[in-house]
Write a protein that binds this ligand. Structure first.
Ligand code: M6R
Length: 618
């Protein structure tokens, strides 16, 4: 939610900021702005709309200078417009700030500042930060920021500049991410690594409550007690190419196609001598063996991965598991205690509700392991142990490779905990040999869908025609059973997110308890009917849909009798694998279907409306 960046050095700050913001746009894209300090002045340019609107404006009137801050917004307080866009000035235009997060006590602070004569121009909560810092400023920006953040409630990552302190940027964070980068005579501050990776791979992660002071000659970090902290930068091993489209039309498509190689790398790394290994996990197997129940806490796609985890853990590790949406878990007095393992799943590692869930679980004495993609993210750092998915940067808002990476790690963790619990007959060697074949199957499947005109894109085009012919009256229903039921939810979520078509996922067995009422010739029904113990039941569901005029796209196992016969309108064959391993493969056609449908409608696939990649506000 919102991306921030700051730069001080010898380069043209405008170019560095715009470039950095282009890599943060996934965090929010309803408006963008920069503030540049030069010749005793802070100049702001900000515009409603995508970053390209601001970039065009800056071509017409380029701001010059070698230090400044920038912001790409996802609106919380105040509609997206030029005024509410960041940066925000204080009333004298001495100071400019950018903010990611929510200031919960902004009304109260605003009233106090207004009585002192400060004039507010925007509807945002963020503007109060600029006035507050101005109010506390006595010739030292860092000192004013340190005092101001003590008065702020809520979450924030901020970057601040002052017209009289050219070359200086002060940042601070609480519950919103912020990193700093150290280059050769130049320094950066940003919400996320891709924003600065082109310039430096030396990164410092800021802790909650810290304030950072960047000047042309170096970085100083202060902890929440105001004491200096010495922290060496971490060297980032991945390079900026991984955060680029690499010839694909969209990040989403690139990330879908990255899945086979990502899974192959992961299985090679994690499976050794027929055993699952998690070297970064500091939990002893003995500790894990004592766990009596597991709660999985996550949001969105990560929640669906967690649901698959429940099937696996209960079936294989024989331990009771429940899965909670983090936004519910944190408020509903969950029964977690010392004997509970809480698994928090999050691609970004910054999702506000999941982070709050981690804190809630720790407060109740539970052990917390997180499954995160972003290394050193807040959730990863605050958990007792972490499993990194190592899926590489996921830029598209719609999560794809992070999902299959989460599922793959849940498989391995299931066997890890099952062996810690002394479960007999796990037969890991055989299972892992089959698991290691999944990347190859995924690769073969994707190769058949590489060309622009493939089977799935063809079905998407048919749906589009159908939709238009019916005056935009159609929707999608996704049905599945057992371990693929979470995939039905995920398929529906993917489609909704990027094509804005109404879509619902249901366990197929529930169809007769309500959703069947929706079926006439309008909805398209995606039925996951791959090889499974409940395969016959799925076939029966398909017949029931067809009998009522519904249009079926079935995902079936290769060579399966179902095929494209009279009962199915359209079929997508995936490689035949044991049911328990199928979710990773079944996810892929669902992702492609959503991608191609959105493409038919001409939508902005990587940056769907109203969404942002990491939801750092509640
Ligand atoms: O970063 P997280 O995995 O914690 O994010 C959770 C959800 O916000 C995320 O999965 C969201 O639902 C995606 N846009 C789904 O594609």
């Amino acid at each position: 939610m919102c991306g921030i960046i700051g730069y001080t050095g010898k380069r043209n700050a405008r170019e560095v900021l715009i470039n950095g913001l282009s890599r943060l746009e996934y965090r929010g894209y309803d408006s963008a702005g920069v503030a540049i300090v030069e010749d005793g002045d802070v100049q702001i340019e900000k515009k409603q709309g995508k970053l390209s609107v601001l970039a065009e404006e800056l071509k017409r009137s380029p701001l010059q200078g070698t230090s400044g801050i920038g912001h790409t917004r996802w609106a919380t307080h105040g509609v997206p417009n030029d005024v509410n866009a960041h940066p925000h000035y204080d009333h004298r235009k001495d100071i400019a700030i950018v903010h990611n997060g929510i200031i919960e006590n902004y009304q109260e602070l605003k009233k106090t500042l207004q009585t002192k004569g400060y004039k507010f121009v925007s509807e945002t909560d963020s503007e109060v930060i600029a006035h507050l810092i101005a109010d506390l400023y006595t010739n030292d920006l860092c000192d004013a920021v340190k005092r101001a953040v003590k008065k702020l409630k809520g979450s924030f990552a901020i970057a601040v500049v002052h017209k009289g302190e050219q070359g200086r940027i002060v940042g601070a964070r609480k519950d919103s991410p912020l990193i700093a980068g150290a280059g050769d005579g130049e320094f950066f501050i940003a919400s996320d690594i891709p924003a600065i990776l082109e310039y430096t791979n030396k990164v410092i992660y800021l802790e909650n409550g810290e304030v950072i002071d960047l000047k042309e000659d170096g970085i100083t970090i202060y902890n929440s007690r105001g004491k200096k902290e010495n922290r060496e930068p971490v060297i980032i091993k991945w390079d900026i190419k991984q955060a680029e489209k690499d010839g694909y039309k969209h990040f989403m498509l690139k990330e879908i196609f990255e899945q086979p190689e990502m899974l192959r790398r992961m299985f090679t790394k994690r499976i050794k001598n027929g055993q699952a290994h998690f070297e970064e996990l500091t939990f002893s197997k003995k500790e894990l063996g004592k766990i009596k129940k597991i709660a999985i806490v996550a949001c969105g796609t990560a929640y669906h991965a967690g649901m698959i985890g429940k099937y696996l853990l209960e079936k294989i590790a024989k331990i009771p598991v429940w899965v909670d949406q983090a936004s519910e878990f944190r408020y509903r007095d969950p029964l977690v205690a010392k004997d509970t393992l809480v698994i928090a799943i999050s691609q970004s590692g910054e999702t506000a509700d999941t982070l709050a869930g981690v804190r809630e679980a720790k407060k109740r004495g539970a052990k917390v392991i997180s499954i995160c993609n972003v290394v050193d993210s807040s959730i990863a750092r605050e958990s007792h142990g972490v499993i990194y998915t190592h899926a590489g940067p996921e830029i598209a808002v719609a999560s794809t490779k992070a999902y299959t990476a989460q599922i793959a790690n849940l498989y391995l963790f299931t066997y890890y905990i099952a062996s810690a619990r002394g479960i007999k007959g796990l037969n890991e060697k055989k299972v892992f040999a089959a698991l290691k074949k999944i990347p190859g199957h995924a690769k073969n499947f994707l190769e058949q869908h590489h060309s622009k005109k493939n089977k799935i894109s063809g079905y998407a085009a048919k749906f589009h025609e159908y939709y238009l012919a019916r005056n935009n009256k159609s929707c999608f229903l996704y049905l599945a059973r057992n371990i693929n039921y979470p995939n039905a939810l995920e398929g529906a979520l993917k489609l909704k997110e990027i094509s804005y078509i109404s879509a619902e996922g249901y366990p197929a067995g529930e169809m007769k308890h309500g959703p069947i009422a929706l079926i006439d010739e309008n909805p398209w029904v995606v039925c996951i009917a791959t090889e499974a113990a409940t395969h016959d039941k799925m076939e029966a569901n398909i017949q029931e849909i067809k009998a009522r005029g519904g249009i079926v796209i079935a995902i079936v196992s290769e060579g399966d009798g179902l095929g494209e016969d009279k009962s199915i309108n359209y079929a997508i064959e995936v490689p035949r694998v044991p049911e328990i391993l199928s979710p990773m493969l079944v996810a892929i056609p669902l992702q492609l279907l959503a991608y191609y449908v959105a493409g038919e409608f001409g939508y902005d696939i990587d940056q769907p409306r109203n969404l942002a990649k990491s939801v750092t506000v509640e």
